[in-house]
Write a protein that binds this ligand. Structure first.
Ligand code: NAD
Length: 482
């Protein structure tokens, strides 16, 4: 694969390569350079916002039909570009090929959903009064800053792009430096379909992000990423009272009830844990099991996970790939080391290395399982974002619910039982944006179902057509009194 060099683009023009070049290496083989990102100088980030603002002045008056026609084209483009870009995506973000393909499929599906979405919410409403009338218009907000992470960059971007464009806004978007190459190439193609300046892309990290969240012409920040960064984004946006949508970290609990065949549900449960090496915001990150089954279930889980083979994302034999970057790799290593020296849990290293001699050239970590009765352990309380899973024993169902809720995160969760009504009663008591019954992975999501977190997992919802469109609109009330 030849090296891929990317720059940002503003008003339909690629920027020249800047003097802030950032090499990109394959996380599965860090001796292999994949490409270069040209970080966007701050004066060009400023230009990107101005260009998005200029484009907004016309784009806001386009018809809904026109916008939906363009979203349909964007959806088709994502689908068409999948085969060209999926290997590049794997090589820069470390996932499996099927995970990259899923990212494109979901991204295309999200755009298609907004291309076909009912849009009553965009149409002005009139309330007749004896003394006159009230007409309520829904205006787009203006320039949106969209900031996305590296783990599923395509779909997480489209979850913002689809609704914000349909609502009549324009955008300055910043990919993560850890997955910018394929996404930027895709966005450049999509941007060509839209009028110049409607979609602008810039590159960089916190410095660029900070300008995007504080610029006076930006009316809203749509952010997906870690909770600590989300707090910084919110603080920056607060200085000029900007609206925010925050999709942040998760520490999802899966509660396994008494009456279920654990062995039978294991494949589904493990898909929720280890897909993308555990680097999914709504991966299963804590599994609660009845105390008297803890030893048995731990052994069953370990037996299954021990069959995993870990290697490069382009290796079809691999169960999962490396972690995305050194920082994330170090965080997960630290979690494992801390758990190993704790006398309150048992840690098992599992699985096999596909390519032992190249193991240290990538950010690989073998899967680990942890057995404990202690809910306050670091490995239980904090989001691991890696291939490590704690099983925690509970005494009563009430305690399992208490444990699940005893956490600052509340993104998704699941309850596993043969008794669906009982599972439903428990699901209603969990503090989370979504709770799945007898599943907990990509398969659990449905386009149109609200997705987002409570507590420190975020503010706002995506994927729900009305709720999400609403978050990119401002009602404007016009009243006439005779
Ligand atoms: P991150 O917070 O480190 O980075 C996210 C984005 O924010 C990147 O583009 C980064 O460059 C940018 N950024 C960094 N500092 C910034 C600042 N001060 N101002 C503005 N932007 C800034 O997250 P990550 O490591 O890329 O992703 C992993 C995290 O994202 C995990 O916690 C995961 O749970 C979360 N996540 C959440 C969802 C969700 O939908 N809730 C989805 C995917 C990932």
């Amino acid at each position: 694969m030849s090296l891929v060099h990317i720059t940002g683009f503003i008003n339909g023009e690629f920027l020249p390569m800047s003097n802030q070049l950032q090499p990109v290496y394959d996380p599965g083989n860090t001796t292999n350079q994949i490409g270069t990102i040209s970080n966007t100088p701050l004066h060009d980030v400023e230009n990107a916002v101005k260009s998005a603002h200029q484009a907004f002045l016309k784009w806001k008056d386009t018809s809904i039909q026109e916008r939906q026609d363009l979203l349909k084209k964007a959806s088709e483009l994502i689908f068409q570009q999948k085969d060209k870009l999926k290997e590049l995506l794997v090589s820069e973000h470390g996932g499996m090929l099927w995970e990259a393909e899923t990212d494109f499929y979901l991204g295309s599906g999200v755009m298609s959903m907004y291309a076909k979405a009912p849009h009553d919410i965009l149409i002005p409403k009139e309330i007749a009064e004896d003394t006159g009338w009230i007409r309520i218009h829904k205006r787009p907000k203006g320039v949106i800053s969209a900031i996305v992470p590296w783990n599923m960059p395509i779909v997480l971007t489209m979850m913002k792009l689809g609704p914000l464009l349909l609502a009549g806004n324009t955008v300055v978007l910043k990919p993560s430096p850890f997955a910018a190459l394929a996404l930027t190439q895709l966005l450049a193609k999509i941007a060509e379909v839209f009028p110049k300046g409607v979609i602008n892309v810039v590159h960089g990290d916190a410095d660029v992000g900070n300008l995007m969240t504080s610029h006076p012409l930006v009316r809203k920040v749509a952010f997906t990423g870690g909770t600590a960064t989300g707090a910084a984004v919110m603080a920056s946006a607060a200085q000029s009272i900007k609206d925010v949508t925050l999709e942040l970290g998760g520490n999802d609990a899966a509660i396994i009830l008494e009456n279920i065949d654990f062995k039978a549900i294991l494949p589904k449960l493990l898909k929720g844990v280890f897909t993308r090496s555990g680097q999914i915001c709504f991966a299963v990150k804590r599994i609660y099991v009845p105390r008297d089954k803890l030893d048995l279930y731990f052994d069953l889980l370990c037996e299954e996970v021990d069959k995993y083979k870990i290697g490069h994302g382009l290796d079809a034999e691999a169960s999962f790939g490396p972690l995305n970057n050194k920082k994330q790799w170090s965080i997960v290593q630290k979690f494992i080391e801390n758990a190993k020296v704790s006398d309150q849990c048992e840690v098992r290293e599992l699985g096999q290395k596909i390519n032992p001699e190249q193991w240290d050239q990538g950010y690989y970590i073998l899967p680990h399982a942890v057995k404990t009765m202690e809910n306050s352990l670091e490995i239980v309380q904090l989001e691991q974002f890696g291939p490590i899973i704690p099983l925690i024993g509970y005494e009563t169902v009430e305690q399992a619910i208490e444990y699940a809720n005893d956490n600052e995160q509340g993104l998704c969760s699941s309850v596993w039982s043969d008794n669906i009504e009982l599972a439903y009663e428990i699901a209603k008591k969990i503090e989370a944006g979504s709770t799945f019954i007898n599943s907990h992975s990509f398969d659990s999501l449905q386009l149109g179902m609200p997705f987002g977190g409570v507590k420190q997992s975020g503010i706002g919802r995506e994927l729900d057509i009305n709720e999400t469109l609403k978050s990119y609109l401002e009602p404007h009330s016009i009243r006439y009194i005779k």
